[in-house]
Design a protein around this ligand. Structure first.
Ligand SMILES: [Zn+2]
Length: 218
């Protein structure tokens, strides 16, 4: 509780400072799957604006464009790892065997199917189906690389497993530490933040996003 109070105070402090100085606030939304999730919103230091250009500075990215997302990854090994961790498909119960056998040889096709199925499931749970720009999903190979990019964006140490940045409409994911619930949670943030004409309060969005990741399979 004490920790929460401090966070609230810090948050209010940042808001006030930003209001007075007219500095645009870029919010990083962090998610940790633990019970006592570190859930926070803060205004990173000056490096935050780099989030917008970060993807264009990486010529090594490979991309898959799906109906609702742009998935960026460094090599096929990472993509395969990511594909193996996302346990979701629309035809899960009836066609499970068929689905996996027909796509297992082509990780790009498999990822496309799974990510699209998951996106539609998140829309369904939230009952929010407005059209939004394609969500960018950046897949990093391991925790070190995820921590590195987090530090690059925020100037602080990474204590979370994934996050979403509204301003660049980008999800940051670690291929070595992800599952369908984590990805669904971050997709939910993207959908929620674009659904209302005014973005809902951080706490409200977090409650909805958690509801989504807990109900992916129900
Ligand atoms: Zn969240």
């Amino acid at each position: 509780m004490l920790f929460k109070k401090h966070i609230t105070k810090l948050f209010l402090f940042f808001i006030l400072i930003n209001l007075f100085l007219f500095i645009p606030i870029i919010l990083v939304q962090g998610d940790n799957e633990n019970k006592d999730k570190i859930t926070f919103t803060f205004a990173p230091k000056g490096k935050a604006h780099k989030a917008h250009n970060e993807t264009t500075k990486r010529p090594l990215w490979q991309r898959i464009e799906t109906k609702h997302t742009v998935i960026q990854y460094e090599n096929l090994k990472d993509l395969k790892k990511f594909e193996g961790k996302i346990d979701y498909s629309q035809d899960k119960f009836f066609f499970k065997g068929l689905f996996f056998s027909s796509t297992s040889n082509d990780p790009k096709k498999a990822v496309n199917k799974k990510v699209e199925a998951l996106f539609e499931r998140v829309q369904e749970i939230l009952d929010m189906r407005t059209k939004i720009n394609k969500i960018i999903i950046n897949i990093y190979p391991n925790k070190n690389r995820l921590d590195e990019i987090y530090y690059h964006i925020t100037g602080t140490k990474c204590r979370i497993r994934s996050w979403y940045i509204y301003e660049s409409n980008t999800i940051y994911i670690n291929a070595s530490d992800v599952h369908e619930g984590i990805l669904a949670h971050e997709m939910a943030h993207a959908i929620i933040d674009h659904y209302f004409s005014i973005r809902p309060p951080r706490v409200t969005a977090e409650i909805l996003a958690r509801y989504v990741d807990e109900h992916v399979h129900f």
